[in-house]
Design a protein around this ligand. Structure first.
Ligand code: 5RP
Length: 216
């Protein structure tokens, strides 16, 4: 089983805040997520600037596309994103149009599983050529008290069995990770657990340590 990557989610409201944390932790992380909040606050210039600063990192523009898959994914990819996200409630035509932009550029589209979705849809995504999904406990669900549980593990295993590469996110802290041991996770995302830590480098290293312990 491959060792999962570590992605930092930059859900800052300004580029300067986002870059301040990234400067500290970039050596510890594999994927830089220009978060939905940062994309709304600063637009695609944040994506452009991160790609220029960190050309060797995978840059994800987390724009959670719901429609106009071609136009929005083109904006993300032309700004330097390697990956972008389409929200799970989007029409399959939106998924396909985003993929059409991704493929010739060697980029990729992830389906963002926040909110309601079905395994029937997941079959459609596979048929359309989607490889990556982001299994996401939303920030608001977490704030309302939703904990990780058996239902999540069952769905994540089903998605892995279907052949998806899985990114896992949603208020993750290192102590959560052992819950997912034995499942092939491609990427773990940490946002607040690294950004808001007193020592972001130590926080990122602790994620890496636990990942290596259970998947290494
Ligand atoms: C919000 C997101 C976040 O980037 C993701 O959930 C990670 O952030 P955190 O670890 O702070 O929950 O996609 O829509």
């Amino acid at each position: 089983m491959a060792v999962p990557l570590l992605q930092i989610a930059l859900d800052n409201t300004s580029f300067s805040d986002a870059v301040r944390t990234t400067r500290l932790v970039y050596e510890e992380i594999d994927v830089i997520e220009v978060g939905t909040i940062l994309c709304c606050a600063e637009g695609m210039s944040a994506v452009r600037n991160f790609k220029a600063l960190y050309p060797d990192k995978i840059i994800l523009a987390d724009i959670k596309i719901a429609d106009a898959g071609n136009i929005l994914s083109r904006l993300a990819f032309d700004s330097g994103a390697d990956w972008t996200t389409v929200i799970c409630c989007a029409d399959i035509a939106t998924v396909k149009s985003a993929l059409r932009e991704a493929r010739p550029r060697g980029c990729d589209v992830q389906i963002e599983l926040t909110g309601a979705w079905t395994l029937e849809q997941a079959e459609q995504w596979r048929e359309a050529g989607i490889k990556q999904v982001v299994y996401h406990r939303s920030r608001d669900a977490q704030a309302a008290g939703q904990a990780w549980g058996e239902k999540d593990l069952e769905l994540i295993r089903r998605l892995a069995d279907m052949g998806f590469e899985i990114t896992l996110t949603g208020g993750l802290v290192p102590e959560d990770l052992p819950l997912f041991k034995g499942i092939p996770i491609k990427v773990f995302i940490a946002g607040r657990a690294i950004r808001d830590a007193e020592d972001p480098v130590a926080a990122a290293r602790e994620f890496k340590r636990v990942i290596a312990q259970y998947w290494g």
